[in-house]
Design a protein around this ligand. Structure first.
Ligand code: NAD
Length: 313
């Protein structure tokens, strides 16, 4: 009969213990990369203009994702914002508050970020979504029209980002900070009768890239989501005017208007830890609108066939 003895060797034990500990830490790290598993790691997000449309869809997606502890709903009208807060609290385990404010006003932007930090002690994600547009020929565009649109669509994102970054820089966040600007295909496609709007969205692109470069070493990522035609109140004429809808559909290779949640899904990804190596980028969500469809085949969305335009090579 053989006897077995366990010989206790302190050095061997130390190596084994170190390996086990490191493996456990590595596994935890992997988990953290894939999803926020710990309550203490959950994020606080502010979404401007989130009482309806794309902003509301982003807020609801964040709240459902379990990556967030608290969502701040902003719009100029507190009543509309409170309704979104109630929906989040009723349908998810996420906390939410409404902070009214006009992003065209510097003091409102400062208060929006300040009250968020007072309430939740941190800010991890800012989505600059609030936006307005107005169809008006260049020669009829007053200076006031210009300022009104530029103030909401370009200056607001600048002020909110500046204030958010002050906080993101001082807080301890293993995943860094994240800003997402909701731009438009009109950061690329010129749009007659929309000079201030297209100028704002073009400006957002360079603002985003410049901030991304300046903040990369701080692990603060700055990106853009650029929607095409999305079914929201901003595009009410696409619901009410059949001719306008038809004209728009002809510009969209996929042959349909987009849904707010299709934009929100991309925002959710870019804001998540899964996008940890993406900064200074634009993700276009437009059903192919920016693919120069006029150079392509004629699309007949009622048919299964597509016909070469003019039948010429
Ligand atoms: P929407 O009109 O449905 O909603 C806009 C939201 O912004 C509302 O909550 C409104 O209260 C808020 N808002 C407006 N001005 C504000 C201000 N000064 N301060 C604070 N909040 C303000 O519009 P949407 O379609 O959801 O648009 C959201 C963003 O997406 C905008 O930046 C818009 O330019 C962009 N976008 C929309 C489309 C589209 O087809 N709907 C296409 C491209 C880009």
């Amino acid at each position: 009969m053989m006897n077995y003895y366990i010989i206790f060797k302190p050095d061997l034990f130390k190596i084994l213990f170190t390996n086990i500990t490191q493996n456990t830490m590595n596994n935890n790290h992997t988990n953290q990369d894939n999803e926020s598993v710990y309550e203490s790691e959950k994020k606080v997000a502010v979404i401007t203009g989130s009482s309806k449309g794309i902003g509301k869809a982003i807020a609801l997606n964040f709240a459902k994702s379990k990556e967030y502890s608290s969502i701040v709903i902003n719009s100029r009208r507190i009543g509309e914002a409170e309704l979104v807060v109630q929906e989040i609290k009723k349908t998810t385990s996420c906390d939410s508050i409404a902070i009214p404010g006009d992003v065209a006003q510097e003091k409102d932007c400062i208060r929006l970020i300040g009250e968020t930090v007072d309430k939740f002690q941190r800010l991890d994600v800012l989505v600059n979504n609030a936006g307005i547009q107005k169809e008006i020929p260049l020669t009829e565009t007053t200076l006031q029209d210009w300022y009104n649109i530029i103030s909401v669509d370009l200056t607001g994102p600048f002020i909110c980002s500046r204030e958010a970054v002050k906080q993101m820089k001082i807080q301890n966040n293993p995943h860094g900070g994240c800003i997402i600007n909701i731009s438009s295909v009109h950061q690329i496609i010129p749009r007659p009768h929309y000079v201030p709007y297209a100028t704002s969205k073009g400006g957002i692109e360079m603002m985003t890239k410049t901030m991304a470069l300046e903040l990369a070493t701080e692990n603060i990522r700055v990106n853009i989501v650029a929607p095409g035609a999305i079914d929201t109140d901003m595009n009410i004429n696409l619901r009410t005017n059949a001719q306008e809808r038809e004209n728009t559909l002809r510009k969209i290779p996929m042959g349909r208007i987009g849904r707010d949640v299709e934009v929100a899904n991309v925002v959710e990804f870019l804001a998540s830890n899964k996008a940890s190596y993406i900064t200074g980028s634009t993700v276009i969500v437009d059903g192919g609108m920016t693919l120069y469809p006029s150079f392509s085949l004629d699309y007949d969305h009622n048919s299964t066939q597509i016909f070469p335009k003019n039948n010429v090579a």
